[in-house]
Design a protein around this ligand. Sequence first.
Ligand SMILES: [Zn+2]
Length: 598
Amino acid sequence: MKTIIGLLTTCLTVLTMMDPAQAAGNLKIDYTLSFPQAQTHYVEVEMNISGITQPTIDLKLPVWTPGSYMVREYAKHLESFSAENAGKSLIFKKTDKSTWRVSLAGAKSLKVKYSLYCFEMSVRNNYVTSAQGFIVGASTFLYPAGAIANASTVHIKPYKGWDKVSTSLDKVGDDQFTVVAPNYDILYDSPIEVGNQDVFGFKSGNTEYEIAMCLGGNYDRERMKKDLKILVEKETAIFGENPNKRYVFLVHNYSKSGGGIEHLSSTVLQVVRNQYGSEGGYQRFLALAAHEHFHLWNVKRLRPIALGPFNYDVENYTTNLWIAEGFTAYYDNLVVHRMGLYSDDNYLKMITSDMNLIDNTPGSRVQPLAEASFDAWIKYYRPTENSVNAGISYYSKGSIVAMMFDLEIIKGSKGKYSLDDAMKHLYNEYYKVKKRGYTDAEFKAGVEKFAGTKVDDIYNKYITGLDAMDYNKYLAYAGLKAVDSLAETNVPTLGITMSPPGTKPMIATVLRGSAAWNDGLNVNDEITAVDGQPFTTLRAITTNRKVGDKVTLSVLRDGLPYSIPVTLLRNNQVRYDIVSVPNPTAEQVAVKTKWLKQ
Ligand SMILES: [Zn+2]
């Protein structure tokens, strides 16, 4: 920008014509979050902005939060917006669903207040009760248009009795109730927990880890510290460095689980409060922690080119969530296996559950993996009764693609490399050296560099194509094969699922290509009778009947009775076991050892 010399009016004219991003660079922004009535699920937000040079300022709330690919319309929870300067109200108007335009009337600073209703118990929404204040940046902090690069300060006034703040944002001095964010990308990527959580931690290399356990649970602090330390070190070894000085595991212990969400220097995990008591429950917690922590590299730093810098106003489309999520899903169980907590057999069973899901989902023959990623915003995150027929999980199929790449690299490099080496290389190349996201072609080249061979076949068949997955081609490299234990069966089925027990017997899904699909049973049909006998259970319909038998179902559809003859078809569902081939070669044994023992 040229230096401006001239009359004040000239300066003002120039300033009002400035690029909003340049004008925004001068803004000083701070927020105060207070919880005077946490029991009503509200957080009160006060935003003070000074250094304003424009006649109007647009304040915007993101419509989504990174890590959760759905437009959530966070502004729907915002109420009682007001703006003032020196005690005088300023005029404002909404210009779209998430933007408030305030007229400054010559003022250089501004105080904005608003209330947010926070009562969705999930990792991607605010949740405020008398027991905790969980704040998701993107759903809380209005940002001045063009000011995403600006720093801000957040002051926290807790509800009565709350004494702790857990967040990866830096504190100001020793004051835990004042934190700072160098820019909005970091503010929106750093959830804040205020309450009475149980806080403990450990150190790994140069990184301080904090674990904040909210709302109780039957966990063993010492065991959790020990195991999470091993876990983060196994993952750090894959990428060769831990880029965080501090990392926070925020754990919400509720009566029901709700998954997790990754952030740059923290994660939020929603776990069943008493699942730590069983080995299986504790391992599921570790696998969830392994998944979200792995994301600190894979997607938060090593990322598809479309995922950052973010546009918080609209969907950010990428065809690469099968890498961001599927590869992370592959590594979550693999890392827990590397910790020595799963036997080889248990680990291979986990892989078969993804294979079963893919082959038993008719949508896997309809929606290519890359498209499943692109349409996550409208499909994966907005499931319907027909999702099973129309789409495929980029977690499950992406995880199997990762396994195929891993085995291809181990075999191609004669055991010198694994997928770990490709991930480390890609992290160095794109996050550290080029400081940008990767393209499709660049990621593929990164894998091929270590496999020593082209992987077009996998891309063409399983990523952009719809071929049935040839698991055994890749498992054979390790002397293994998948066997469908149902292959020899000839069991009849309708091809439907029912509403949960204890509710009216309604059809919940109709599988594409099934007897029910062909003969016209509908989702929401209430089954009343089968061949004139009262309906009891779904299983009873096929017991003592054969493939090809005809059965007449009486249903109530939207209150009207229908009689629907159905010809039972073979149940084509698969159930894989992974077993060793007889007499594996030395090369196969070496691949298996590299894969499962490193
Ligand atoms: Zn994930």
